[in-house]
Design a protein around this ligand. Sequence first.
Ligand SMILES: Nc1ncnc2c1ncn2[C@@H]1O[C@H](COP(=O)(O)OP(=O)(O)OP(=O)(O)O)[C@@H](O)[C@H]1O
Ligand SMILES: [Zn+2]
Length: 688
Amino acid sequence: MQQNKEAGQKQSKEESESKGEEESGKEKQEHRGKEGEAEGKGADGKMSFGLPNDGKGGPREFKLDFTNLLATAVISLFVYQFLVPGQEAREITWQEFRNTFFDKGLVEKLTVVNRSRVKVNLNRAATAQIIGSVEAFERRLDDAQKELGIPSSERIPVAYKDEISWTGTVLSFAPTLLVIGSIFWLSRRASGGAGGQSGIFGIGKSRAKLFNQETDIKTKFKDVAGMDEAKVEIMEFVSFLKQPERFQKLGAKIPRGAILSGPPGTGKTLLAKATAGEAQVPFFSVSGSEFVEMFVGVGPSRVRDLFAKARKNAPCIIFVDEIDAIGKSRAKSNFGGGNDERESTLNQLLTEMDGFNTTEQVVVLAGTNRADVLDKALMRPGRFDRHITIDRPTMDGRKQIFLVHLKKIVTSEDMDYLSGRLAALTPGFSGADIANCVNEAALIAARGNAETVAMTHFEQAIERVIGGLEKKSLVLNPEEKKTVAYHEAGHAVCGWFLKYADPLLKVSIIPRGQGALGYAQYLPPGEQYLMSMSQLMDRMAMTLGGRVSEEMHFDTVTSGASDDFNKVNRMASAMVTKWGMSKDIGFVYYDDDEGQRLQKPFSEETARRIDKEVKKLIDEAYVKCKTLLTEKKELVGLIAEELLRKEVLGREDMIRILGKRPFEENKDFEKFFNKAHQVSSPPRVKAR
Ligand SMILES: Nc1ncnc2c1ncn2[C@@H]1O[C@H](COP(=O)(O)OP(=O)(O)OP(=O)(O)O)[C@@H](O)[C@H]1O
Ligand SMILES: [Zn+2]
């Protein structure tokens, strides 16, 4: 009886929740389906209402609507499934069924749905359902009716039917729909930015960015500092694009393209842009990696599209950055399967370049920092027949680049001195590093509310570009700090007293980003293209100075010298296997940066001999270093203690403690580091 009451209460609760709808479950579902549709439309209507009517072509808007519609539909389905209560009839057990309904004669009709549940229609029009095996249900029902002695004519009718739950079905498709939807959306987003291509249908279209000659390309040769030879080479393309008749009159074949190769940030893109700027033609910029897609056939089709566009805009310049992404030597990359897609992209590029006729004024420039891996077919006459190498700028080049970028900022320093000094401080910097450094200096000055950008700001900027931010928060414990100080002092004393090593300019034991605990800058030897054996030996001895000093001053050594060992090992093995500096091995050259080679090009026996020679060189350097530091042990201690006190030491501290360096310094740099100006910081960083 108790049970019965409860059930009844539940029942009426349900009824009120479903807003008194006296309908069967199925009817309810149908009704909801309609509601769902209605709401989907409603939401979508709102969304498209908010769309700006920018008149940007129909297809795009349609796609937007489609995606929204999809999302709305899926979301509303989820909402229905989880948030709307009372969706299904109440579940009951067999016992409940028997006690509460069957035995009382309340059951009017039974329907077996999908052979998995039984819908119980009560004569009060409410429903319940029993879940469980249909066979068991039938057996029990039979038994029960027999037990109650109900004659077969009056037995409760049992109907069988298959019913499809629409929500369930659609929901089971939801993941698929979601995936399709996201692919759609991604492809639209990926291609939406460039050239107005949209949708999955635009995937074969080139994503080259077009710079318009009137509005966008303001870059001229004067903005590209240094690299005079490269400019002269590329000048020819400018005159070809400007006055093609001059060449064609004489029957000259016009060069099709040029490869600009050089380390990252050396201004390859800048030079290509400036060429377009000088010639006053449109400029298409595209990256080689954009041709490489996961879909077969996309690469070649993008190349075709790019060239078709370019021809329409001729005369013009196409710049393909990172051409190595598609132009890698086919022979080399076939190692391990090769890549047909990339190959056919490359072939398409070659075909397009061959296909220009001589009057078509489309010039293709390509940038790479791995010219050595490019396919020879690219370099054939009629394709990229010019090869222009752009190296890191020399001291004078850096000065010019600094001048270009310094123009943009406010400084009261003398431009000529400033740019010269900065150039001296930044060997190895690329054009991009220099641009970054100048900007960083201006930021630092602004942060300090300075009126103008001064030398100190530039020095901080250089340090930051090289070494990363100072990490004041990373506090070394006193023991570690002491180790770092003695380690750096060891390097510094070696650099000071070894003729061919570099004298210290600045050392600090304030940790910086990129994992360096100490930081030291050494006066570089100037532009130098050859290294003598004695220089190498002094360098190696100096690099070992950190560890040797640790050994001499502490009971145990630390892991801090691993980077030093890496450098020493690389130097020594290059001396043995490349530079012919070992008598035993002789004049050989073994290339080690092929990387993928499975087998060494020499025998086990030779390998052993090489290892022995490398070790011998390193041992020699070690002895040299140890002898020197034993002799100067006191000085190392003085430097280290001073460093612990001040955390930063400069060149003048070194001169004060160690005396003037007993060798002649590099003239180029000397003039920027005389006493009139404060000591500064060239960027030979040695992470300890
Ligand atoms: N010779 C230069 N004169 C003036 N600025 C330069 C020079 N070289 C580089 N820069 C500066 O560096 C920036 C980056 O150069 P750019 O993008 O042309 O290098 P990149 O060689 O194409 O590099 P990547 O190989 O990484 O594509 C330029 O925008 C410019 O500000
Ligand atoms: Zn070190």
